[in-house]
Design a binder for this molecule. Structure first.
Ligand SMILES: NC(=O)c1ccc[n+]([C@@H]2O[C@H](COP(=O)([O-])OP(=O)(O)OC[C@H]3O[C@@H](n4cnc5c(N)ncnc54)[C@H](OP(=O)(O)O)[C@@H]3O)[C@@H](O)[C@H]2O)c1
Length: 245
């Protein structure tokens, strides 16, 4: 992906999991990366140290994506540091499983505030602050296509992200492409937390490759969607799930 060299890539929630893997991968192909976190400062610092050890360029900006003022400051700090933002990866997200009848309002609010409102705030900023010809990559989930009990609130939040993404792809203009990635089960803290060996084996068996994805399985799609090769792809949700759904 040589055309990513010197592009400025802002990745929300890149202290851990898929976002951290993407930060390292974009830096490895010569992009300048804005690492964002909300609470995991040590993990964000480890991502930066790793990138710099490989000769890459990155900066860390703390911001909670569910807070509008912090998202504005995140974009402004990225612009002050690198002068432009070419790619926005809206990766920050949270997940909880609970049957709808047992779910509390606070858990609904947490998932919608971070997953949906967080995407809304960053898209508002991107509308004026992303460079012409840039790319936006939002994060949905393959759970929008399956009816897993316990995933009602999370899947609803990701369905909202998908639809906002499709509409934004036609609103934004200026040659900016906008897509969503919908991963299947992927080996990260978000996915592994609270799951038994039996559940993990059942989910691994739900795709055609009989394994849980690794973050790099998702990162490769992110690199492609951010590249000039993917310019004609916009307004789409692209699943990376090994034929799970
Ligand atoms: N893993 C999967 O199986 C899977 C499947 C489908 C979709 N996804 C989606 O993929 C994306 C990445 O998930 P992951 O599995 O890599 O999760 P993860 O390992 O739990 O990492 C989540 C990242 O989001 C950040 N974050 C959380 N709340 C934030 C906030 N309010 N503001 C800014 N950053 C925040 C976290 O940073 P802090 O700790 O600093 O808050 C962390 O860096 C999410 O959108 C998730 O819904 C994941």
């Amino acid at each position: 992906m040589s055309n990513l060299k010197d592009k400025v890539v802002l990745i929300t929630g890149s202290s851990k999991g898929i976002g951290a893997d993407m930060a390292k991968a974009f830096a490895a192909v010569g992009a300048k990366v804005v690492i964002n976190y909300a609470s995991s400062e040590t993990a964000a610092q480890a991502v930066l140290t790793d990138i710099e050890a490989q000769g890459g360029q990155a900066v860390i900006v703390k911001a909670d994506v569910s807070k509008e003022a912090e998202v504005g400051a995140l974009f402004d700090q990225a612009l002050q540091t690198y002068g432009r933002i070419d790619v926005l990866v809206n990766n920050a997200g949270v997940f909880d499983t609970c049957a709808i009848k047992d779910s509390k309002e606070a858990e609904f609010d947490r998932q919608f505030n971070i997953n949906v409102k967080g995407t809304f705030f960053t898209l508002k900023e991107a509308a004026t602050k992303l460079a012409d010809g840039g790319s936006v990559i939002n994060f949905s989930s393959s759970t929008t296509k399956v009816m897993f009990p316990g995933y009602g609130i999370y899947s609803a939040s990701k369905a909202a992200v998908e639809q906002m993404s499709r509409v934004f792809s036609k609103e934004v203009g200026r040659g900016i492409s906008v897509n969503s990635i919908a991963p299947g089960p992927t080996n990260t803290e978000l996915f592994l937390t609270g799951k038994s060996e039996e559940t993990l084996a059942r989910l691994a068996a739900s795709n055609a490759f009989n394994r849980i994805a690794e973050p790099e399985d998702i990162t490769r799609l992110g690199l492609f969607l951010a590249s000039d090769d993917a310019k004609w792809i916009s307004g789409q949700t692209i699943a990376a799930n090994g034929a799970m759904a």
